[in-house]
Design a protein around this ligand. Structure first.
Ligand SMILES: [Zn+2]
Ligand SMILES: [Zn+2]
Length: 417
């Protein structure tokens, strides 16, 4: 399927014309053979790419890419121990030479490296996706490890994504299961977005919400087909992942794709209270989703009279934030400034209560989420991804500060306890 991007650029019923920088998204069998056409559509015909692979993605797809774009510079990084760090950047720069653009062949790490290096050279980047593992293909940040610190750098997104079904459907299955986790995590992300919209009027575009929600439901309904290796189901997953990135471009932030489940996964990935997490991003998101779904469903079930227990927001507890977040404290405060919570009053929450009930009621139950993760072959418990479930109350309390946005986790912590 060649995704028609014009419909995303049209003036929207919400009153905005949403901007997207992606020019082409192609997801189909044999897509790599059409790369020369995609390059042309991007205005890069006759220009020389720096093709960036690791040993595995070179074997899986890089070889074919080199054949269809014969005039290129090629970098094949060592797969073992590959991280988006200075070593990898230097490795790419050593082979960059007279390139005009960067073409990364891979998923998370290689896509991030491609964005980062292209941004350093001020040239465009294109992405050949070799696994349906995460939704960052067209995101405008690169998750890097620089000076041994995990940082996210703002970088222009790839202007094209080419995903060849014959290749990404044969990726190691763990990567695909991780992609499923990243997508079904949108159940809480979208619920949090709508709740924030209801309690203080955070901007929500119904169009973007619907596009994202339908893609999530389609993946949830097709988990067994993905597991069975059906190509069409794989394409739906890849489409949902790319679409999620497009939704972020359209909103100008990660709101449609990231809620309390991502706050937990980011918190774990930063190793703030734990040392040895061992999950892939989408795996952490899936586990975060399972945790948060239980919290949301239980909270709504037991809260029969919210007015009796709600209190006004009392502001941030800087002392404990400083103590727990440590090196992340300054960034967390920046994220939470201005503090959206200051717009939320008990009256507004009570008035929105029936809507909140409806939103959480529509979400799959905790058991259904666990069943989806099990069927997907993805982890569902904190222990499986190397984080300590005894610390869950702390994770829930502090993870929302990793991003500034309002979620139901944040409301429960700051107004109901
Ligand atoms: Zn809109
Ligand atoms: Zn994600």
């Amino acid at each position: 399927m060649n995704i028609d991007l014009t419909r995303f650029r049209q003036p929207c019923a919400c009153g905005h014309t949403h901007e997207i920088t992606a020019k082409t998204v192609l997801i189909e069998s044999g897509a790599i053979q059409k790369l020369p056409q995609v390059v042309k559509e991007c205005g890069l015909e006759g220009k020389k790419p720096c093709i960036v692979c690791d040993e595995n993605t070179y074997e899986a797809a890089g070889k074919q890419v080199c054949q269809v774009l014969p005039n290129h510079n090629l970098v094949v990084l060592k797969a073992e121990g590959l991280h988006p760090n200075e070593d990898a950047i230097n490795g790419i720069n050593a082979g960059y030479q007279d390139s005009d653009y960067v073409l990364s062949v891979g998923s998370g790490t290689l896509n991030d490296l491609g964005k980062y290096v292209a941004n350093e050279h001020k040239v465009p980047t294109l992405s050949v996706a070799t696994a349906a593992s995460m939704d960052g293909f067209v995101s405008t940040v690169a998750a890097m490890t620089l000076n041994n610190f995990k940082v996210t750098k703002i970088c222009p997104a790839p202007i094209a994504v080419v995903a060849d079904t014959d290749i990404f459907s044969k990726a190691p299955y763990r990567l695909t299961a991780s992609g499923i986790g990243d997508i079904i995590g949108k159940y809480t992300a979208l619920s949090d977005w709508r709740i924030s919209h209801e309690v203080w009027g955070e901007y929500l575009c119904e169009n973007i919400f619907d596009i994202e929600y339908s893609a999530v439901v389609k993946v949830a309904e097709n988990i067994d087909n993905i597991r069975a290796g059906k190509k069409e189901a794989y394409e739906d997953l890849m489409y949902a992942l790319v679409l999620s990135g497009l939704a972020m471009q359209m909103m100008g932030n990660s709101r449609p794709a990231s809620g309390s489940e991502h706050h937990l996964s980011h918190f774990w990935e930063l190793n703030i209270l734990n040392k040895n997490h061992n999950g892939l991003h989408g795996e952490m998101v899936g586990v975060g989703l399972a945790c948060v779904t239980k919290v949301y469903k239980d909270f709504m079930a037991k809260t029969t009279d919210p007015a009796a227990i709600i209190h006004p927001y009392r502001g941030m507890d800087h002392e404990s934030l400083k103590k727990v977040l440590g090196f992340m404290y300054e960034d967390a405060i920046k994220e939470s400034t201005p503090d959206d919570m200051l717009n939320v009053t008990p009256e507004k929450v009570i008035a929105a209560w029936p809507k909140i009930q409806e939103i959480i009621g529509k979400m799959p139950s905790h058991e259904e989420i666990l069943d989806m993760l099990h069927r997907a072959g993805a982890p569902s418990t904190m222990e499986e991804v190397g984080v300590d479930s005894k610390l869950l109350p702390d994770y829930l309390k502090y993870s929302p500060f990793i991003r500034g946005r309002i979620t139901l986790v944040r409301l429960i912590d700051l107004m109901f306890s």
